[in-house]
Design a protein around this ligand. Structure first.
Ligand SMILES: Cc1ncc(COP(=O)(O)O)c(C=O)c1O
Ligand SMILES: [Zn+2]
Length: 456
């Protein structure tokens, strides 16, 4: 397993030595100081600055969250549409917007997922034109948008010298962390609520990471992980590495802008769990505007939550600028965070951009999953179903201008329990033409859910 030895940990502009303990080989990666546009972490609340270490809270002043600070003037001199287009076919084409110090990143092909013009779904919803789905259900390597944040967090973890990485996860993050850690040769131990879907648990164990299934909800898992992070000094991608991790979500916004021909569309709908993805897509658009890659355009940001865990949607509905934590109880386990770290910032983005944050019931989420599958051939997980259901709700309530909408789905095919019992069964027939013909006739005349008996 590679152990990174830093001559002076977390300081830039110097040589990094990396030693492989198995093979005893040493490589030298020269940091490109001229390309580095990050210099500090900065508190989002009071502006206090910190060195670029594994730290996420403004512990000297106000306990606010820390964010990476960029030198945008320098950034605008380094990047252009052409340099990005000439880059790798992964999120690392946007590497200068990401908080890593070197080109020695973990590139497992994450990103550049399809942006699909969704004409059939648009028609079903009564939208007139230009509805796009950003399909992160095919993101690499574990089929969710979490690869974006993990690729960045673990690249930075390696630079900071961590040999063991971890996360507090609602499922997808555990999959990504385990898989990408395996690829990078990092030790991995993840924490999840014990009642997660079987597909998510299996899809983590397979990478030989240690899985701690905690008897409790995500918020309890998260509290435990904060203690472990302090005691063990591991790199928790969404705790002490959170300032780096969260920047990875910007790449989804970057890709949408690039795929739309270097422009922005008028409306985005995205799922909200901690609120990181939603706020960072917004930040990504702002950064592209700031460095001149796209023209400034007002984009409305709407957020999607499941009713059984919708603290941000509730605050939005009640016009509050603070989030009251709730106890999660929703089919959409992947976005069931009762005390979202970036909830107040999500509220800020919604109000700044004239967006909405809505919630939908479990039944609407299942309908959302089916609707996307039937119209666009995409089998999304519950987070995606939530997003589609909120889009439908906003259209029906007349809250969406039926033009230029980009829906960001959260993703993948690991929550089959959610739709079991709602999509019918195969028609079992004999290997005879008349058996097939009887079944076919019934299938054409009856609703499939009413037609589930076995044919013999
Ligand atoms: C599939 C999927 N989509 C969206 C989200 C929302 O993530 P965030 O915590 O950045 O709001 C999650 C969170 O786990 C997720 O698993
Ligand atoms: Zn502060």
């Amino acid at each position: 397993m590679p152990i990174l030895l830093f001559k002076k940990c977390s300081k830039y502009f110097q040589e990094v030595e990396s030693k492989d303990s198995n093979q005893g080989t040493t490589t030298h990666n020269q940091i490109h100081s001229t390309d580095t546009v990050i210099d500090k972490l900065k508190c989002k609340e009071c502006g206090e600055e910190y060195n670029l270490e594994a730290k996420h809270i403004c512990e000297d002043v106000c306990f606010g969250p820390l964010e990476v600070k960029y030198n945008y003037e320098k950034l605008s001199q380094i990047v252009s549409r052409a340099t990005i287009e000439a880059g790798p076919k992964s999120i690392w084409r946007y590497r200068h917007f990401l908080p890593v110090a070197t080109d020695n990143v973990i590139d497992v092909g994450t990103g550049i997922t399809p942006l699909i013009k969704s004409e059939r779904l648009a028609r079903r919803l009564g939208l007139l034109k230009n509805l796009y789905i950003k399909n992160d259900t095919v993101n690499m390597p574990t089929l969710s948008f979490k690869e974006r944040v993990v690729s960045v967090a673990l690249s930075r973890a390696r630079e900071l010298g961590f040999s063991t990485v971890s996360c507090a996860s609602t499922g997808n993050l555990a999959n990504s962390t385990a898989a990408i850690a395996a690829q990078a040769g990092l030790e991995c131990c993840v924490f999840i609520p014990a009642d997660l879907e079987a597909g998510k648990i299996l899809g983590t164990l397979i990478y030989n990471s240690t899985v701690m299934a905690v008897k409790g909800n995500y918020d309890q898992v998260n509290r435990l992980c904060c203690e472990v992070a302090n005691t063990y000094g591991w790199g928790f991608v969404n705790i002490n590495l959170r300032p780096y991790y969260s920047e990875g979500s910007k790449t989804l916004g970057f890709e949408v802008a690039e795929q739309l021909g270097w422009q922005l569309h008028g409306l985005v709908v995205a799922p909200i769990a901690s609120g990181s993805l939603y706020t960072k897509i917004y930040k990504g658009f702002q950064e592209f505007i700031k460095v001149g890659l796209v023209e400034d355009k007002a984009v409305r940001f709407s957020g999607a939550q499941a009713e059984g865990c919708s603290p941000v949607a509730q605050a939005f509905r009640e016009g509050r600028d603070f989030v009251t934590p709730v106890k999660p109880n929703a089919i959409a386990k992947s976005i069931a965070i009762g005390n979202p770290a970036d909830g107040i910032y999500a509220l800020e983005v919604a109000s700044k951009t004239n967006g909405h944050i809505e919630s939908v019931t479990d039944a609407e989420i299942i309908e959302g999953i089916k609707l996307l599958a039937e119209t666009e051939g995409i089998f999304t997980e519950t987070a995606g179903g939530t997003t589609i259901a909120v889009l439908k709700k906003l259209v029906e309530a007349g809250k969406i201008d039926p033009e230029e909408t980009t829906v960001i789905t959260g993703n993948d095919l690991k929550t089959q329990e959610a739709v079991q019992g709602y999509i019918g069964e195969p028609l079992t027939i004999e290997a005879k033409l008349d058996s097939f013909e009887r079944a076919w006739e019934r299938d054409q005349t009856l609703d499939r859910l009413d037609w589930q008996q076995v044919l013999v």
